[in-house]
Design a protein around this ligand. Structure first.
Ligand code: UDP
Length: 322
């Protein structure tokens, strides 16, 4: 089969590309290299079935030509990372909304199966746990720019579902819950790569707020497996899926785990949110996915424990320390 991945040089996109190439498929990727990197694609770059274009997902002509070649489109290109989002809200909204518009318009012309990457951020400040796909969404004030990301992704979801209803475009929406793994950079604020880098460097491990906030970390390899399986599940079309892991851990516990696993003498230091983020930040306490829809549709249950995930990430950063 032929696959087109937007954001294919990014963390999830590059792993997905590798997986599809290993399965014998033909893969095209498009990336503007804003947060992704060509080195993420080292393993496939020379492969005859792998092709890449450097460019923007808002380039209609380019996107349309690439969509036309593919059987399945994974639209993963987006502005991501809390730090980036709070610092560059205009870029976030425009990239995320316009990018999905361009991809969906092109996909609709020929009815191409299209995945729209969304995020657990869309649940916002929801308190009814675990989060299920049909739950109400609860965003904070528009003056807090963090929510611009959640809203831009919610618009992407509405748009994809609108194309499905009005034009019968086959779409699948995936809400990723804190995906982590090798190759993820801490540059845009993600907690695990930051902690691991700090631990290995013997620097303070910086926990924001009380550290009692909790998250569920989905392992990249399992997320990629879900994306591949969903592409072969007709029942997935026109639906929204939580994708990730439902094992919860507090950020304090994560910091301690990283400290142990890196054999580090690092201190764990708590930092106020005001110091850690510019204005416009607001954190959420807990976020657990209800994974039953995913399990019913593709028979998937996460098996990676957070302990093993941290091992893999530490191993990666140890081997790739610059
Ligand atoms: N966090 C932290 N130290 C860091 C980066 C993040 O304590 O160096 C916290 C952050 O405030 C949040 C959690 O870790 O409560 C997860 O942050 P991340 O940005 O990875 O993902 P989020 O769940 O916020 O989208």
């Amino acid at each position: 089969m032929k696959f087109f991945i937007t954001g294919g040089a990014g963390f999830i996109g590059s792993h997905l590309a590798e997986h599809l190439i290993a399965d014998g498929h033909e893969v095209w990727i498009l990336d503007d290299l804003s947060t992704g990197s060509i080195t993420n694609l080292d393993a496939v770059l020379e492969h005859p079935k792998f092709h890449y274009r450097i460019g923007s997902v808002t380039d209609e002509e380019l996107v349309s030509a690439l969509v036309d070649r593919a059987d399945v489109v994974y639209h993963l290109a987006a502005a991501v990372g809390v730090k980036l989002i709070v610092e560059r809200p205009t870029h976030t909204i425009e990239t995320n909304v316009r990018g999905s518009e361009v991809v969906l318009q092109a996909a609709a012309k020929k009815g191409k199966l299209t995945f729209i990457a969304s995020t657990s951020e869309v649940y916002g400040k929801g308190v009814k746990l675990p989060f299920s796909e049909d739950d109400d969404l609860l965003f904070g004030a528009t003056t807090k720019s963090r929510w611009a990301y959640a809203c831009s992704k919610a618009i992407d979801e509405y748009l994809a579902l609108a194309y499905y209803r009005e034009r019968e475009t086959p779409v699948v929406i995936t809400r990723f819950f804190n995906t982590v793994g090798p190759r993820q950079t801490g540059r845009y604020g993600m907690v695990l790569p930051n902690f691991v880098r700090q631990g290995l460097a013997g620097e303070d491990i910086t926990v924001y707020g009380t550290g009692e906030q909790r998250r569920c970390f989905g392992y990249m390899g399992e997320v990629v497996e879900c994306l591949v399986k969903l592409a072969h599940a007709p029942r997935a079309i026109g639906r929204v899926f939580n994708v990730g892991n439902d094992q919860e851990i507090s950020i304090n516990e994560l910091a301690e785990l990283v400290r142990q696993k890196t054999g580090s003498r690092s201190q764990i230091r708590h930092i106020d949110y005001e110091e850690a983020y510019p204005d416009g930040f607001e954190d959420m306490d807990r976020r657990i996915p209800n994974l039953s829809r995913l399990e019913d549709t593709i028979g998937y249950r996460p098996t990676m424990r957070v302990d093993d995930i941290v091992d893999r990430v530490v191993e990666y950063h140890t081997e790739n320390a610059s």
